[in-house]
Design a protein around this ligand. Structure first.
Ligand SMILES: [Zn+2]
Length: 80
């Protein structure tokens, strides 16, 4: 019975955390006036780097299978 929970969570942990990471990135983004995170008072603070890294990695992974097919394939039937 507990296996159902596993199915539900497999692969979706990052999905659930994405909104949280977006919040962190927004909160810890460098303030243009100060040139640093307003929470940590550091430029590109650790929280910001960690969250934005996670965001980028998950976007990369999701983008891979949806890569557009090579347009050359559409010209395949023209060689007779
Ligand atoms: Zn910060």
């Amino acid at each position: 019975m507990a296996a159902e929970q596993d199915r539900h969570e497999s692969g979706s942990l990052t999905d659930r955390l994405l909104p949280y990471y977006r919040d962190v990135v927004a909160m810890h983004a460098d303030d243009p006036a100060v040139g640093a995170c307003l929470v940590c008072r550091l430029p590109r603070c650790e929280d910001w780097r960690f969250a934005s890294e996670r965001l980028l990695t998950s976007i990369d992974r999701e983008a891979e299978p949806t890569m557009p097919a090579s347009p050359r394939l559409q010209h395949g039937g023209d060689s007779s």
